[in-house]
Design a binder for this molecule. Structure first.
Ligand SMILES: Cc1cc2nc3c(=O)[nH]c(=O)nc-3n(C[C@H](O)[C@H](O)[C@H](O)COP(=O)(O)OP(=O)(O)OC[C@H]3O[C@@H](n4cnc5c(N)ncnc54)[C@H](O)[C@@H]3O)c2cc1C
Length: 63
């Protein structure tokens, strides 16, 4: 069992909330496993996939 700083215990910890980590979490959740946590160092999930919206309806896709 792995506990986080708030004392919640989970069975699985996924390190990194990029495409791989979020996909793994989704697949596990779909398989009925909801005792998990995604640990992300950044202040957002997505990792290298990142869309930016600019003025005049311009979208840049970075990753
Ligand atoms: C400019 C660019 C264009 C791309 N274009 C394409 C494309 O057209 N098609 C395509 O298939 N792929 C493309 N890619 C590649 C694709 O974005 C990556 O392969 C994919 O995002 C990798 O996902 P990942 O989850 O493996 O890693 P990452 O996205 O790198 O995610 C890793 C996550 O783990 C976190 N992390 C790392 N260490 C720790 C730690 N110790 N504790 C907590 N969190 C941690 C990071 O903050 C990050 O959020 C592109 C990439 C770039 C940069």
């Amino acid at each position: 069992m792995i506990g986080d700083r708030q004392g919640i215990q989970v069975s699985i910890a996924i390190v990194g909330g990029g495409l791989s980590g979020m996909s793994a979490a989704w697949e596990l959740y779909q398989a009925g496993i909801d005792s998990l946590v995604v640990l992300e160092a950044n202040n957002r999930v997505g990792g290298r996939t990142f869309n930016q919206f600019h003025p005049k309806d311009c979208l840049s896709r970075n990753g």
